[in-house]
Each structure stands twice: as structure tokens, then as C-alpha cells.
Design a binder for this molecule. Sequence first.
Ligand code: GLV
Ligand code: MN
Ligand code: MN
Length: 408
Amino acid sequence: MKINIQRLMQNIERYAQIGKTGEIGVERITLSDEDKQARDLLKSQMTAAGLEIYVDEIGNMIGLRRGRQDVPPVAMGSHLDTVYQGGRYDGALGVLAGLEAIQTLNDEGIETEKPIALINFTNEEGVNYAPDMMGSHAFAQLGDLGKILASQSYDDPTKSVDSELQRIGYKGDLKCGDFPLDSFIELHIEQGPVLELEGTDIGAVEMVQGIYWTRYTIQGQANHAGTTPLQYRKDAGYAASEIIKFAGDYVRNSPTQILSTVGTISFEPNAINIVPDKATFTLDLRSVNLETLKDGQEAIDNFANDIIQNSGLSLERDEMVRFSPVQFDDGVVSLIADKAGELGLSVKRMPSGAGHDAQMMASVCPTAMVFVPSVNGISHNVNEFTKEEDLENGANVLLNACFELANR
Ligand code: GLV
Ligand code: MN
Ligand code: MN
């Protein structure tokens, strides 16, 4: 069975207009007006496809296509939110290809044994509210829902997840987790260079690396840049730079795989001739190995404590996210690889470097992911691009794998 690629491409283009930035980029931050607009469009398309719609307390949207049996559905999905200055495929592909798979079943007049569900998860990206993968995290009941709903916007502490869900009209009634699933498959762009470099069509994703997010706030004392001798300074900016350099060096010298990124930093008062009295930065630390991840975090924290000690500075650490590496279900991974093979596509079993809703769903039901190549491995960037034939291949693998799961 094959999806309708013209319809899928038109739909991707349609969603890419909502929050369009640059030539082909998209900025659709979670719980923003653009997020609401994309959700409203999805709701109308789910309804037109004959799906029953449910919205849960964290704003996850679920569309249900009934099967012959009244049993938990096979689910597909991903997220419609993006990062700042993001691309058109990260997240949207998994939702829109899932919708396309359902529309294809409708076109063919096919009834499946088990129902099929399509899910749009809230705030996968986590660029304005922590944690990332928020909707799937809550769906899987892995965190304290009250705390998650109270999570404040990084930009504006008067806004919480709860207040913004209500504002855009997506605070639903369905209790998080009150929607048992048979299995879950997420189609996503790889967001890295491996498939393209190796000339492979499809990634059958076996695991997702662990993610630790920490915000460090260093407090010092503002003072004159010209008159304050070095030994009398409480320079929060200089201390921050030493910790940032250590985190970068640590991963570069590590014998085991680990990545560190400092993606945000701010100084106060942020003036050219004032020693900063406050420096705030975030650390994104990832590894496929939990021990490596823990060791890295500990080493960076120990170094930060050493820098702060006897300096007159103080340090606060906010552990924003602590997600361990996750293994996917071998049966679903093999099914994805088999379906790709049946479609004449080459397959590589591989880990995921990026975080995904599927990594939360792995604790709910048998789960795995399908990857398609990213041109030049670029993502979280307005120039993120995947070729049409790769989108088509990925959507066909998703359709056929879900179809088989729904008839088992
Ligand atoms: C999600 O996109 C992440 O990996 O940060
Ligand atoms: Mn994504
Ligand atoms: Mn992303």
C-alpha cells in the first residue's frame, strides 16, 4: 500500500505557512498563537478524516479511527511545535504522515482489526517551557502533572503551561494516561548526517540517547570595569566562561561518547564597562550511556563548585531535565526494517541523537521510530530539508508498519 505523496507535500507546505520564517523555515513555538492555528487546522483535518478527537489535560490531541475490535489502538504521531528559527519537518512530518496514512486507509476503504490513533504531542521542543517532550512525558505519567502544568515560560514568568493551554483552548478533559495504546511508531527526519552520508533510505531507530538539561546561575557583584582590580572582582561572567570551556573540553577529551552544548547565556547588567553581577547559562548534556552521562554531569558540577569556592560568587543549579537513554522494542524495530525491505528500501538500525516523544512512549507500549535522511544533516535550522522521495519512503514505511500492527 502507498500513500498519496502529492497530498502529503501539499499538506506539509500548508502547515509550513503557519509561522513561516525565511524561505522554507518555520517558527511555531509551543502554546503560541501559531501553535493554536496549526492545532485548529489539524483538528479540522482529523474531523474531515472521520476521526474522533480527544484532548488531554496537557493539550495532547488524539484522533481515533475505530477498528473492528474495541481494543487499544496502534498509534502514530509526533509534534507540531518547533524550535526558534526551526524547520518545516521536525515534528510536523510525523503528524502529517500519520494523517496521510489514515487518509490512505480511508481512500482504500480499509477497515483494520485494531483502531488507529494519531497524536500531536504538546511542547516536544522545550524551548520555552521545561521539560521537553512535555506532552508525551505527561501522557506516559512519568512526572508530576501539577508541576508540569505550573512550568513557567523562560521569557515571561507570568505565563504557565496551564494558563497558555487555557488561552489557546487546548486544556482538555481527558486524564493524562487514560488512553491505553497497543503500540506507537513515530516517523521523523534524522536531523543528523548518517543516512545521507551512507546512502541509506531508512533508519530503524533502536534507542534514544539520554538528555540532561541544567540551568546555572552565578551571582557576583557589579562593578566598574576600569577601577576594580582583578583580585577584588566578583565577576560572574568570567566564572561562567570557565565552566563553559570546561564542559566543552570535557566532552572533547572523553573516551566515551558524550555531547555538551551551551546554547543560551545572559549577563546582567549586560553592559560593556560593568563587571557582570549575574551570569545565567544552560547546559544540554547527552549520551547513549547513562553512566557516562552521570559522570559528565558530576565532573562539570564539581568543576563549577571549585570555581565558585573562595571567589565571593554564589552558584545555583536548576535541574531542568533528567531523561535516561531509552531502548525501543526490538519487535517494532524489526517490523520497521522488514517493511522498509519489502518496499525495496535500504535500512540501517541506528540510535537517535535527538530527543523524541517516542522515547517517552516507550514506557507506555511497544515503540520504535522511522528515520529519513536530512540533507547535509542540518536541523534546528531554517534550512532543514528532506527530499520528497525520502518523505514518501518514510511515510510508506510508517503506513505499512502500522497497518500490520493493526491487523495482528
Ligand atoms: C529535541 O528536538 C531535542 O533533541 O532537543
Ligand atoms: Mn522533533
Ligand atoms: Mn526538535
